[in-house]
Design a protein around this ligand. Structure first.
Ligand code: JB3
Length: 208
């Protein structure tokens, strides 16, 4: 079985470890973490060191990576780490939990993480390094940009456009055809009924 190394060893990484084990397609070689000491165990996976060992790992033949740092509002750290790891030569495969329902007429790009119990319907595209977190729903014909986080239980209705780096909070609902701008934040539980500009935070029902 091919090996994969995780970058990040916090709460999101623990969910990723379960995801990879459920997929059964990679053996987890270890974790690279900015703060945790080498030798520490996270869900049974050992921390190997920090980002300074990135090239060394690649030269040793560990060519598959997973960005296991999550995000709460700001996806810029995930984006920067994804670009750094890719630039070092790693392949960052999409990971799809076996319990997810993914239309064969959707497109799932590199580095996407699709967690347990999610649904991605026909005609939708999920961009690079995007998280579709536990139980989220992406309905038909949505275009979700790169480095987006769709949090647990959020719903995108049909034909939504989600800009790069946007954050759709837990349990939020985005109505049909609505566009969420790049790097914008939809707060948990919000119901978005009209377009949101770039770099904007909206809250409430209806979201403002
Ligand atoms: O909401 C849900 C379901 N999950 C949240 C997830 C999406 O985001 C979760 O509840 C957390 O709030 C958050 O999880 P995350 O990103 O795992 O956060 P935390 O538990 O704080 O762990 C982040 C880990 O990433 C820490 O151990 C950091 O040291 C490490 N880290 C941060 N920056 C990094 C870097 N590791 C590497 N290798 N490189 C970095 O640049």
């Amino acid at each position: 079985m091919e090996k994969i190394v995780l970058f990040g060893g916090g709460g999101h990484a623990k969910v990723i470890i379960d995801l990879i084990n459920a997929c059964g397609s990679y053996e987890i070689a270890g974790i690279v973490d900015a703060q945790l000491a080498a030798g520490v165990s996270v869900s049974g996976v050992t921390v190997l060191g920090d980002d300074r060992i990135l090239s060394e790992l690649y030269e040793k033949g560990l060519i598959n990576a997973c960005i296991a740092v999550g995000s709460v509002g700001d996806n810029s750290k995930r984006k920067a780490l994804y670009e750094k790891v890719k630039h070092a030569g790693f392949s960052i495969p999409a990971l799809v939990h076996p319990s997810a329902i993914i239309s064969g007429k959707s497109q799932i790009h590199e580095g996407v993480q699709i967690m347990a119990g999610t649904i991605v319907q026909t005609g939708s595209l999920i961009g690079e390094n995007t998280i579709v977190n536990t139980g989220a729903i992406v309905e038909h014909d949505c275009a979700v940009g790169n480095h987006v986080h769709i949090c647990p239980g959020a719903t995108l209705s049909g034909n939504c456009l989600i800009g790069e780096g946007a954050f759709i909070g837990a349990g939020a609902t985005v109505l049909q055809g609505v566009k969420i701008g790049s790097n914008s934040i939809v707060s948990a539980g919000a119901v978005v009924i009209k377009d949101v500009l770039d770099n904007t935070t909206v809250i409430g029902v209806p979201a403002k």
